[in-house]
Design a binder for this molecule. Sequence first.
Ligand code: TTP
Ligand code: MG
Length: 410
Amino acid sequence: MCLDVDCFFAQVMIGANPSLKGKPVAIRQKYIVVTCTYEARALGVTKLMSIVKALELVPDLIIVDGSDLTPFRAGGRKLFEITRTTLGECVPIEKKGFDEVYVDITEPAHTLVLEKKREFTPLEFHGHVFGEQIGSLDLLKAASEVVAELRREILLQAGWTCSAGVSDSKFAAKIASNMNKPNQQTCFIPFGPLYRDYFRALRVTDLPGFGWACKRLFAEQGLSQSIITCENMLDHLNEDDLTRIFKGDRALATSILELAQGVDKRQVAHMSSVTKQISREETSLPHPTNMQDLRLRVSSLVDPLFDLVEERHDSTLEYPRTIRLSIKFRSENGRKSKSRTLPDQLDDMGVLGRVANELLNEFAAIEPFVASHVNLCCTDFTCPESASESRGLKRTSMKQYLHSTKRHET
Ligand code: TTP
Ligand code: MG
């Protein structure tokens, strides 16, 4: 299942001020509408529209400031906790962004199938169904009931409507969650010609993992105009071709070709409510093969890692005391890790960036290499004595950080 709260920031703000319910409301950050209610969307307002344009379209649009992210982070945690308590500790739940969860509901759906069989009660689909209804669909029907139950719980406990999708993989479930919005759910039947054709019609750039680096490599090979859809790619490129285009990254080539056929082997991560460690890794880009690329990769992990540290600090007041950089070089067995103790209170992204850079300097790598995993991790979270007085972390901009990194190198 992939579940995504409808107009999340707006629903959180309406929860705090119920008189806004049913009205066209936009949430503002700087000059932009970051999200708006479906009442505002019906009048033409869209996410990321300028405030000026939105007010031209809807002069009586209610604008609410959304620059303090604290209530939205708390909302995201609430979504996770409701999902966890509704479905149980054993179910893998992966939180994405503020308002999205992926859940592997295979086990609860199996249990429901057995229960219904014992009771001689037929299973029915809940919500929309997309695809050919052939063969036994009991597990998908049960899964759609699990999804409906979770959406009911979220509405009951948090007051939010959600849209959700169910299928046999993260990618297909995510697509399904967007098929009918708001406050609806869709089961995307993961076989049959409709399923296959749906993926063949997607743009290659819609595939998870096909990011800017892949786009650049396609452009370098002169493929940007000829390979637009997955169908184009499947008809003209085999695994060897794509591996060559992706500079030897066969794992990426395989996964992109599989995704183009609707096959997604990514597992749903099992997150606990409070994780022991927080780490970031980029798996969708080509592997770094020299120190300069490796340094850029490490520095690109700093900002998102600091975001997670900040988010956790907001709820627990804890700071990480250890940072660890792990790299797997393809020519060597196993990962190599270097770690360092952090200051008592890691409240400045610049510090995280500098220490990560120093750790990288400790790796004696001989070029060219293939760094197939680069993971930056914060761990040993503790709550310093003075933490309750010093909420709020200091954000050095990425530009400042890169500048300080550069100075450090020279
Ligand atoms: P989304 O789930 O993309 O949007 P949404 O929940 O507002 O609307 P939808 O009904 O289409 O799911 O993003 C979740 C929240 O993240 C959103 O409420 C506001 C915030 N957000 C940003 O901060 N920046 C952005 O660029 C976008 C798109 C969203
Ligand atoms: Mg949403």
